[in-house]
Design a protein around this ligand. Structure first.
Ligand SMILES: *[C@@H]1O[C@H](CO)[C@@H](O)[C@H](O)[C@H]1NC(C)=O
Ligand SMILES: *[C@@H]1O[C@H](CO)[C@@H](O)[C@H](O)[C@H]1NC(C)=O
Length: 269
C-alpha cells in the first residue's frame, strides 16, 4: 500500500510536470524558443521575511512545485496550471519561510477553484484560488497581501519572488529569489509577441532587461507592486533573452476573486 502510494505520487508528479511543461513548451515552440530554463535570472536571494505572503505549493511535503500568495486566513492565490490536475490532497501549502524545505507553517487544501474559463482561450484565465482547511497563523514571517486597488501604470516597478528551478527536472532553488521588473503596456507586449492569441486583457507583462530579471520565475508566484499583489506568474519565453514575462492580471480578476472567496463562485470575467 505504501509503495503504491509512492508510485502514485511519482506518477502524479511526472504527469503534472509534463502537462505544465507541455503548455509552456508549446508556446515556446510556436515562437521558436528552445531553452527550458525556468528560474529567476539575475535575481537576488530574498532577505528573511521579505515576502511574507509567499507560499510554496507542494504535491508532497518537501517537493516544491509552484508559488502562490496568501490573500487571507484561508485563501491562497496561484496559477490555474499549478493546481488544475491535482486532487486537493496533493496541494500542500507551505508558508512563512524563505526555504521551501523548511516550512514555517504547513496547511492542507480543502477546496480548489480554478477559473471557470481556464485555458479558454488557450493560455488565458490561468488563475486559481485554494482554500486551506484551517486558518493560517499570521506572524512575523507570515502575512497576507492585499489585492490591488487599481491597474498598473507605465513606469510601475514590480517585484517577483520565487523558488523556480534552473532546468526542467532540476531542483528548485532552495532559497527564495527576488527580482525587480518594470510594467510593460499590453499593446507594447502584444507587439513584442507578434500579436499572439495567448495574451489579452487578463494578462500583464513585465520586463527587466536582457540577461537579467524575470524568467518564468515560479509559476503561480506573486508579482507585487507597492505592497499590492498585481500578478500571478503565467508564462514566458526562455529567460532573460530580452522578452517580457506574462502574468495573470490580478486587478482584472478582482471580482472573480472576491466572488469565490465570499462563496459565490459565479463565472465572471
Ligand atoms: C479564522 O479566522 C477568521 C477571520 O479572522 C475568524 O473569524 C475565525 O474565528 C477564525 N477561526 C478559527 C477557528 O480560529
Ligand atoms: C516576432 O517576430 C519577429 C520577426 O519574425 C521575430 O524576430 C521575433 O522573435 C518574434 N517575437 C517573438 C516573441 O517570438
Amino acid at each position: 500500500m505504501k509503495i503504491l502510494h509512492i508510485c502514485l505520487i511519482v506518477l502524479l508528479l511526472q504527469q503534472h510536470q509534463q502537462l505544465s511543461r507541455a503548455k509552456r513548451l508549446m508556446d515556446m515552440d510556436a515562437t521558436g524558443g528552445a531553452s527550458m530554463e525556468e528560474r529567476i535570472v539575475g535575481g537576488q536571494t530574498a532577505e528573511v521575511g521579505y515576502a511574507k505572503y509567499q507560499v510554496s505549493l507542494q504535491p508532497v511535503l518537501g517537493f516544491h512545485n509552484c508559488g502562490g500568495a496568501i490573500l487571507n486566513e484561508r485563501w491562497i492565490i496561484t496559477a490555474g496550471h499549478c493546481v488544475v490536475n491535482f486532487p486537493p490532497e496533493f496541494i500542500v501549502v507551505v508558508t512563512g519561510t524563505n526555504r521551501y524545505a523548511e516550512p514555517g507553517g504547513v496547511y492542507y487544501t480543502e477546496e480548489v477553484h480554478v477559473h471557470c474559463m481556464y485555458d479558454k482561450p488557450y493560455m488565458h484565465n490561468d488563475i486559481a484560488l485554494v482554500k486551506v482547511s484551517e486558518n493560517i497563523t499570521f506572524n512575523e514571517l507570515t502575512q497576507p497581501i492585499p489585492l490591488p486597488v487599481g491597474p498598473l501604470r507605465e513606469g510601475d516597478e514590480v517585484v517577483l519572488t520565487g523558488w523556480g528551478s534552473k532546468v526542467p527536472n532540476g531542483e528548485a532553488n532552495p532559497n527564495l529569489q527576488k527580482v525587480s521588473m518594470n510594467f510593460v503596456k499590453l499593446e507594447e507586449c502584444l507587439e513584442i509577441f507578434n500579436q499572439t492569441d495567448n495574451m489579452g486583457v487578463g494578462h500583464i507583462c513585465t520586463f527587466s532587461k536582457e540577461g537579467e530579471g524575470g524568467c518564468h520565475g515560479d509559476s503561480g508566484g506573486p508579482l507585487v507592486c507597492n505592497g499590492y499583489l498585481v500578478g500571478v506568474v503565467n508564462w514566458g519565453r526562455p529567460c532573460a533573452k530580452g522578452f517580457p514575462d506574462v502574468q495573470a492580471n490580478v486587478y482584472y480578476y478582482f471580482d472573480w476573486i472576491r466572488n469565490v472567496i465570499s462563496g459565490n463562485a459565479r463565472c465572471t470575467t
